[in-house]
Design a protein around this ligand. Structure first.
Ligand SMILES: Cc1cc2nc3c(=O)[nH]c(=O)nc-3n(C[C@H](O)[C@H](O)[C@H](O)COP(=O)(O)OP(=O)(O)OC[C@H]3O[C@@H](n4cnc5c(N)ncnc54)[C@H](O)[C@@H]3O)c2cc1C
Ligand SMILES: CC(C)=CCC/C(C)=C/CC/C(C)=C/CSC[C@H](N)C(=O)O
Length: 477
């Protein structure tokens, strides 16, 4: 028998994690519960666009994998449209020369890859596919309402000791052990890690596999901007958005309107010049917990809630409309230069991680040049680019917009993921980023936290941390 639903739930953060949590909590707890989403910045968080000459471009989370089923479902349920991420040709620059260049002919490309790296790229594709196959089990578990109390248990249920092992070893160790050559790792794998996570092959093997999956075809984005999913989910869940920066969370005993005392969480937040607070039965924290990013203090918890010190990688996205100085990368002049993305090898002398032509959030086709002064290029770098650096990259440019981020965890295996259950009815979503940071990972964490909160509220421990779920659900068919 189910207990009466909670009266009020707070979610801190209106990024994809917080807004999908609102959506799944509404599904589980029904229409009567009041859901407040507290956000101190913009709805969308790390899903954000910037405007270049009147057009919007993704500056944060931009591409979505075709097998990211939560994101797919949100887009469908919210009636949004999608755009395909434009392919274009990719090259890899090592600071002196292009060590690899894609060809527009499929066969030619295959021959080039085999010539350079033997069958390593095919083996890599198979390695990623095997991991994705296991990863996809999460959708089955979640559709049957199963939840996990820790990131490690969730990953173990998907890929057993192999997945936990990937969290504890570097991608480099994992792939060397699997027999990949140094040349392939340096010229293909390391550049993919640099464009996606701004880090070397010393990240954990799991996030390495997630990052390599971006080489698959069929990547897509939301027409109008990925952040539209967040505002759509807030609306669909009929949550109440509160503009405010959460300062403290404290457990207190309150007398409910039934006259009974109950343990609740007091959430104190700054809204403009005012400090306000409210009481909640359940709280979900959907932002990375550290001083630099959220600065939330947990007051008077016994035992105290641990301090989180996870270091997030500083990355700068720069969008520039201009004419590329192609001679920086090759001897060919711009009219003969057909690459639209240039990745870089792990060379500390380079001041960029990658540079590529991007489409605006409304373009559904190949990117178009904006007027006569070239395409819009997206550059990822560790530091803010100086004018001199921009002038090295471009023959001319007429607009540059820079967006710095604390983007994703600085991965340093072995990873110890933060707890999901911080206290009795206080949950933390972003611990999942220690395995891999991506929109879909936040959506998975949100669904899991909503199920976990629901089962724990109703005392349904049988739905939490079930072992051998894969086998159990197979025989259930
Ligand atoms: C440059 C870049 C490129 C990326 N590219 C991709 C990609 O192509 N594909 C992909 O899948 N992922 C990508 N990612 C990762 C993806 O964007 C993130 O994993 C995801 O958006 C995280 O969502 P979240 O809701 O968990 O966190 P966030 O989006 O960070 O949301 C947390 C929210 O909480 C708010 N907040 C923080 N503290 C407080 C407080 N005290 N009180 C109230 N509100 C607070 C913040 O303002 C923020 O809005 C990229 C990230 C970056 C930075
Ligand atoms: C979670 C799974 C199985 C797959 C997600 C794959 C994916 C889309 C990962 C995103 C990785 C990431 C942080 C990319 C950042 S850069 C993206 C893009 N190259 C750009 O130019 O913006």
């Amino acid at each position: 028998e189910l207990r009466a639903p909670p009266e009020k739930i707070a979610i801190i953060g209106a990024g994809i994690g917080g807004t999908s949590a609102a959506y799944y909590l509404r599904q589980k707890f029904g229409q009567d519960v009041k859901i407040d989403v507290l956000e101190r910045g913009e709805v969308g968080g790390r899903l954000a666009t910037v405007t270049v000459r009147g057009q919007e471009y993704e500056a944060g989370g931009s591409v979505i994998h075709p097998l990211n089923l939560h994101m797919k479902r949100f887009v469908k349920d919210l009636g949004l449209s999608t755009v395909q991420s434009s392919g274009g040709l990719m090259g890899v620059y090592n600071g002196e020369t292009l060590v690899f260049e894609e060809s527009s002919w499929f066969i030619m490309n295959m021959i080039k890859l085999i010539w350079h790296y033997g069958f390593q790229s095919l083996r890599m594709h198979m390695w990623v596919e095997d991991i994705l196959d296991k990863f996809m089990r999460i959708y089955r578990y979640q559709s049957h309402d199963y939840a996990f109390s820790s990131v490690e248990r969730l990953l173990h249920s998907l890929g057993g000791d192999e997945f936990l092992g990937m969290l504890n070893r570097t991608l480099l160790e994992t792939l060397q052990k699997a027999g990949f050559s140094e040349k392939f790792l340096d010229e293909i794998v390391a550049p993919v890690m640099r464009v996606n996570y701004g880090q070397s092959m010393n990240i954990n093997g799991f996030v390495g596999a997630v990052s390599m999956s971006c080489a698959d075809s069929g990547l897509w984005a939301v027409q109008g901007g990925n952040k539209l999913v967040c505002s759509g989910l807030l609306r669909a869940s009929r949550s109440n958005l509160i503009a405010g920066s959460v300062l403290y969370i404290e457990e207190k005993t309150r007398t409910k309107h039934t006259g009974n005392p109950a343990k609740m969480y007091e959430v104190t937040y700054q809204s403009g010049s005012e400090t306000r607070s409210d009481f909640y039965d359940i709280v979900l924290v959907a932002t990375p917990l550290n001083r630099k990013m959220s600065n939330i203090t947990f007051l008077n918890f016994d035992p105290p809630i641990e301090e989180f010190h996870q270091y997030y990688q500083h990355i700068v996205t720069t969008l520039i409309k201009g004419q590329l100085n192609s001679t920086l990368f090759s001897s060919r002049a711009l009219d003969k230069f057909d690459l639209s993305t240039i990745l870089t090898t792990d060379n500390s002398d380079l001041f960029i991680n990658s540079i590529g032509i991007v489409s605006s959030v409304t373009e559904n086709d190949r990117p178009q040049p904006l007027g006569d002064r070239g395409y819009v290029w997206k550059i990822f770098s560790q530091e803010i680019l100086t004018k001199e650096q921009i002038l090295k990259l471009f023959l001319s440019y007429d607009y540059a917009v820079k967006q710095p981020w604390l983007a994703y965890p600085h991965y340093r295996p072995p990873e110890k993921c933060p707890s999901i259950i911080l206290h009795d009815r206080l949950y933390y979503l972003n611990g999942i980023e220690c395995a891999a940071s991506a929109m879909e990972m936040s959506a998975i964490a949100a669904h899991n936290a909503a199920l976990l909160a629901y089962h724990r509220w109703n005392g349904r421990t049988d739905m939490i941390d079930q072992e051998d779920l894969y086998e159990k659900l197979k025989t259930e068919l």
